[in-house]
Design a protein around this ligand. Structure first.
Ligand code: GZL
Length: 337
C-alpha cells in the first residue's frame, strides 16, 4: 500500500499542497479498496488460480510440439491459468512477452530461452516487479542466478556425450568422417550437444567432424545443409544431428542422392520423438539419444512451490535414456510423443 508522503512543499503555492493531499488520499483509497489486486509476487488469495505467463521458443520441431502440449495439458490439470506466447524462434518476441507478463502482474513467469545470451535486463525487470521466473528446457548464461528460481531441463552436454560414446563403441576401423547438423545458433542444446559429442569422440582419433553447420532444429534446415554436405564432402560416413527433425531432413537428402540412410551413412540423432523413433525402427537412423519434452507436470509443481514461497532446487535435471534400432521397435507403440 503506497504511503508515500508528498515532498516538502516549496513556498510556490497552496495549490501544490492541495494537489499533493488529494493525490495521497486517492492513493490510500485505491490501496484499501477490496478490488485492489495483491502486490505482484504475493501468493494469490486462497482458492484463486495461479496465473503463469509462459514464453515458448516456437513450433520448430516435433519435440517443441510435444513440449507445448505437455505444458498446456499440465496447466489445465493443475488449475493454473496459463498465458501462452509463441515467439516463433525470435528472442525479441520472448522479451516482449515477458515484459507483457510483468505488466499483467502474473504470479510466475516461465520460459524456454531460444538462445543463452541477452536475458539479464528483462529478468532484472521481473525481479524488481517481484515476479519469480522459472527456466524450462533451455538455460541462460546469466552469471546472476538470483534472476531465476530454478532451471528444469535436460543435461545437453551429457546428451552429446552419449551420442559420441555410441559412435566410439560402434565405429569401424580406419578413418570415420562425421558431418554435424547443429541446432539453432546460440541455443544451449546446440552449444552443449556439440561440446559433449566432441569430448566423447576425442577417445578415437580416427573419428573427425569434417563439416558442421546449423540446420536451426528444423526438417527443412537439416535437408538443405545435408544436400550441401553431400556436394562438398568427398566422404561422409556419419551424420550427427542435434535433433530428429534435422536427421529426418538429412534422410530425405541422402535418399535423393541415391544412398541408403542407416547403411551407406550412419545417422545419430537426439530427441526420440515419434517420427525419429519410427525411422530408427526402420533402420534409417542408427541411434537416438532421448531428450524428454514432457516437462509440464514438473513445471506446474515447481511453479506452485515458488509462488507459495517454498524452497526449490536451483537445478532440476530431467530423466532420459537412449535407443538402439532394436529397442525402438519394442517401445514405438507405447511412446507418448
Ligand atoms: C531440447 C530442445 C530442442 C530439441 C529440438 O531441450 O530445446 O529444441 O532438441 C527443439 O527438437 O527444437
Amino acid at each position: 500500500m503506497s504511503t508515500k508522503t508528498p515532498r516538502l512543499i516549496s513556498r510556490r503555492g497552496v495549490l501544490a499542497r492541495v494537489a499533493a493531499t488529494v493525490a495521497l488520499a486517492a492513493g490510500l483509497a485505491a490501496c484499501s479498496s477490496p478490488a485492489s489486486a495483491p502486490a505482484p509476487g504475493a501468493a494469490p488469495a486462497a482458492g484463486e488460480p495461479i496465473v503463469m505467463g509462459f514464453s515458448q521458443v516456437g513450433a520448430e520441431s516435433g519435440w517443441r510440439t510435444a513440449n507445448t502440449k505437455s505444458i498446456q495439458d499440465s496447466a489445465a490439470a493443475a488449475g493454473v491459468e496459463l498465458k501462452f506466447s509463441d515467439a516463433q524462434q525470435k528472442q525479441e518476441n520472448q522479451i516482449k512477452a515477458i515484459r507483457s507478463f510483468i505488466q499483467q502482474k502474473v504470479d510466475v513467469i516461465a520460459f524456454s530461452p531460444v538462445v543463452e545470451t541477452g536475458w539479464d535486463a528483462v529478468l532484472l525487470e521481473a525481479k524488481r516487479a517481484n515476479i519469480p521466473v522459472i527456466l524450462t528446457d533451455r538455460a541462460v548464461d546469466s552469471e546472476d542466478t538470483t534472476l531465476y528460481k530454478t532451471f528444469l531441463g535436460s543435461d545437453f552436454v551429457a546428451e552429446g556425450k552419449k551420442a559420441g560414446d555410441w559412435l566410439v563403441q560402434n565405429a569401424p576401423a580406419g578413418p570415420v568422417a562425421v558431418v554435424e547438423l547443429q541446432g539453432t545458433t546460440g541455443a544451449a542444446p546446440a552449444i552443449d550437444r556439440k561440446e559433449g559429442f566432441a569430448e566423447a569422440i576425442a577417445a578415437n582419433p580416427n573419428i573427425s567432424v569434417v563439416a558442421s553447420q546449423t540446420g536451426d532444429f528444423t526438417r527443412s534446415g537439416g535437408k538443405q545443409v545435408m544436400e550441401a554436405f553431400l556436394k562438398s564432402q568427398p566422404t561422409i560416413n556419419v551424420v550427427y544431428a542435434h535433433n530428429d527433425d534435422m536427421a529426418l531432413g538429412a534422410i530425405e537428402a541422402i535418399e535423393a542422392a541415391g544412398k541408403v540412410p542407416g547403411k551407406d551413412i550412419t545417422i545419430i540423432s537426439v530427441d526420440a520423438v515419434k517420427d525419429g523413433m519410427t525411422a530408427l525402427s526402420e533402420g534409417k537412423i542408427n541411434f537416438i539419444v532421448e531428450c524428454n519434452p514432457l516437462l509440464g507436470p514438473q513445471l506446474m509443481d515447481l511453479a506452485q512451490k515458488v509462488v507459495a514461497g517454498e524452497p526449490v532446487p536451483q537445478r532440476v535435471v530431467t530423466e532420459e535414456t537412449t535407443f538402439t534400432q532394436e529397442q525402438a521397435a519394442e517401445v514405438l507403440a507405447s511412446r507418448q510423443y
